[in-house]
Structures are given as C-alpha cells and as structure tokens.
Design a protein around this ligand. Structure first.
Ligand code: ARG
Length: 436
C-alpha cells in the first residue's frame, strides 16, 4: 500500500487523539505478522444498533493494511425471531438448547447477520469473505443440547488463505459435523477456539457497553488478571454478566502468549483503543510478575543498569549502586523498574522506569501498585516537563513545584516531615547523564 496514503489516513482519523509516534508504534506492532493481528468478536447487539460505526472502524483498519478475523454473534436477534414464530427455546449453562426448529431459524438469522456485515464492508471496498459453517469442525457432545457443536478443530488454513489474499474473514457462530450436519455454536466459544488456534496479538470484544464497569459505572481502564482477578470476582458491585465475561477472558489469556491482550470496547472507539497508549475501553492482560530485590549481585546490577539506561536513554552513574540500602521492583519482562531508597522511615522513589514499548499495557500501574503495597509513605521528584507527571498528579496526595523539580508524595501528613522530604528530594544528586 502507498505509504503516504496510509500515513495520511492514520493521521486524519486519529489526529487529536495522540501523537504520531505513539500511533506508529502500534501500527508497527500490529503489522508485524499478517495473520496474528487480531480476532474481533462482534456482539449481536452491535450489528443491530451500531453497524455504521462498526463498518467505519473496520474500513479504517483495512486502509492501514490490517486484516482482523471477525467473528460475530446474533443471539438477541435469534431470540426475537423465535419468539415471533412462537418457537419454544431455553438455555442450559448459557448454551441455547437447539432443536431442529431452533436450528433452522438460527441458520437463517446468523446468515442474515453475517451478510449485513459482509455486504456493508464490500460496499466500502473491503474484500470481506462470508464464512457460515466452514471453519469449525464439531461433535455433538451433549445430546441434551440438541444441535449444539463442541469445536474439535478450527480450520485456520482457510482463514490464512483469505487473509493472504487481502481479504477479511467474517465468521458466523456455526460449525459442521463429520456427518455434514450444520450446528449452532456459542459465539464466545467460537472466539476462544479461534484465539487458541491463531494466538493473536489482540482479542477484541466489541459490545454496546464497551468495557467492564466499576461500582460507579465508570469504565475500568486496565485489568491485570494476576493482581485484580480474585478481588474483582468477589466484588458485590460487579454484575454477574461481567463476572462471566471476565472469567472467560481469564481462560482465554491462559491459552495466549503472555504479551497478548484482550480489549473490550465499542465500535466507535476501536481505533483509539488500538492505536493509543491510554486506549478507550477495558484492557485485560494476564498480568505482570514483579520481583523485589534487595541484595544485588553483579548480574542484577547489570540487569538494572540496562533497564534504566534504555528507559531513560542515558548513562547511569557508576556509583549508583554504592548505597546498599535500596530496594528494587523489577518486572519479570524486564521492561519496568522502581528503585526505592530510604530516608528515616520514609521511602524515596529514586527511579520509576517503564520502557517505551511497554507503555499502554498497564505495566507501569502494576509495578506502582506493587511498590505502594509495601510503602505507605513515599516521596519522589520529576522534571516539570516530564510526561509522566500526569500520572503522578493522579496518584499523589500532594505536590510542590520548584523551578527545577516537581516534588510529589503520598501518605506524608506531618508538616515537618514533609518539609524535610521536600528538601531531601530537591538535594538528591542526579544519577543519569543524558546524551546530548
Ligand atoms: N493500544 C494498546 C493496545 O491496544 C493499549 C490500549 C490501552 N487500553 C486501555 N483500555 N487501557 O493494546
């Protein structure tokens, strides 16, 4: 594709949302593999109520050369069609019991829903390819459910072929058995199977709500399964539907490479979620393992030096490790680090480093939360022009500006203590020499 055209398209559509550099970073990441960019699950309600935004977001992806694998639902529509025709139906463990009559109706409804997406895309020059019962080979495991398939094989070769020819596969939640019987599949199960088979960088759920909401109905921006899952599942305010979703996502992440992630968003915000660090929706990651180190050997020292030097693009002072009384929080992926030294009984956050390629993953938050779980009183400083100040202003209890530094703190309420800390912070020597 013509590079300038691509670049213009991106800038036009995303301008005002974030910097070109940030957008480029994601574009490069998502373009690195032809097939493994994303599986996008489109909820049934989205096709009914938000088709226009869905199509324009997908057209945009197509214009920048990204080919997602689309799988859709259609449950609400099917329920309505069945009610209209007075066909009885019920559910068992979230799966629709599918009699012959229900199946016939399901085939009609899913074909029609699939066609709505496919033809709207084709009209906008996206080579969408409709796949109704071609992808999932199934068996009927539970006779009680009727014509409901359990997936035993996902035909990824077909998907690959379509994508290598510049097409976008649009997959209905149906499968086939070796007796050539078409069967109904739960849309989320189909998404799971695709994700396991393809190992995509992203799995995206497009819904009307566009994320997981907290107790005050605000979007939860990032969820880290390792740290947040148990707590969220026990929260009274988390709706049962959301709990189910989160449980499913956890299972999904268990089968994906550790740098893969799941996003829930609305069609309108899809590109913002994908191409900015802050995103717009709920990002769920498996979570970050964070080690706490106190006594350092030479290997640790080299390791820490390399994280700091690459995050800050400078040289670390050779006397940096002389003070023995420090603590280091290091992420398992070696892309984030916090260094703490102590002043009286108060923690001074001497370094907070997140490598550029790890921003937007919730890693910074994860390491911050780990550190503040140990330290209730912390103070730190940063340059007034540092973009991380936005984050600091959010998390701190207070801050003071001097010409050279912004000084922040949490948990320090005593005025004398605070004055001392501020003085201490301003007088710290610099330990990174920046390249000119
Ligand atoms: N653009 C990145 C991604 O898609 C980060 C998204 C962050 N989103 C969020 N809701 N916090 O992986």
């Amino acid at each position: 594709m013509n590079q300038n055209f691509t670049k213009d398209t991106i800038l036009k559509l995303l301008s005002g949302m974030s910097s070109e550099k940030e957008i480029r970073k994601y574009l490069d990441r998502f373009s690195s593999d032809d097939f493994r960019f994303a599986v996008i699950k489109v909820g049934g309600a989205v096709i009914e109520n938000d088709l226009e935004n869905l199509i324009s977001s997908l057209v945009f992806l197509n214009e920048v050369g990204l080919r997602p694998i689309i799988v859709h639902g259609g449950g609400p529509k099917l329920s309505r069609a069945l009610e209209e025709k007075k066909i009885q139906f019920s559910f068992k463990d979230g799966q629709r019991i599918t009699s012959k009559e229900v199946l016939d109706e399901a085939i009609d409804v899913f074909k029609a829903e699939n066609q709505k997406i496919t033809s709207a895309l084709i009209e906008k020059n996206v080579s969408a390819v409709s796949l109704i019962d071609d992808i999932f080979k199934c068996i009927i495991q539970d006779e009680e459910l009727g014509f409901v398939g359990s997936i035993i094989e996902t035909n990824s070769n077909k998907i690959r072929d379509i994508i290598s020819n510049g097409g976008v596969p649009v997959i209905a939640p149906m499968g086939y058995t070796d007796k050539k019987q078409i069967v109904n599949i739960n849309g989320d199960k189909a998404t799971q199977a695709l994700a396991k088979e393809i190992s995509p960088d992203k799995v995206i759920f497009l819904s009307e709500i566009g994320g997981i909401l907290d107790g005050s109905d605000n979007l939860i921006s990032t969820i880290n399964i390792k740290d947040d899952y148990e707590r969220l599942m026990s929260e009274g305010w988390l709706h049962s539907g959301m709990k189910l979703k989160l449980k499913e996502i956890k299972l999904l992440l268990d089968h994906l490479p550790s740098n893969s992630s799941v996003s829930i968003t609305k069609p309108l915000y899809l590109n913002r979620e994908l191409f900015t660090d802050a995103g717009f929706g709920t990002l769920v990651k498996a979570g970050h393992h964070i080690d706490k180190l106190k006594e350092l050997d030479n290997v640790n020292k080299d390791h820490i030096t390399s994280i700091l030097e690459s995050a800050f693009k400078g040289k670390l002072d050779k006397n940096y490790f002389i003070n023995q009384d420090k603590e280091y929080y290091v992420s398992g992926c070696s892309r984030a680090l916090i260094a703490i030294s102590h002043y009286q009984k108060i923690a001074y956050m001497d370094k907070f480093a997140v490598k550029a390629d790890a921003r937007g993953e919730g890693l910074g938050n994860a390491i911050w939360n780990r550190m503040t779980a140990d330290h209730k009183k912390v103070f730190w400083r940063s340059r007034p022009n540092n973009s991380i100040n936005f984050f600091y202003k959010n998390v701190c209890d207070g801050f003071q500006k001097t010409n050279e530094w912004n000084i922040f703190w949490i948990g320090i309420n005593n005025l004398d203590e605070l004055t001392e800390c501020i003085r201490m912070a301003s007088n710290q020597p610099e330990t990174i020499a920046y390249e000119k």
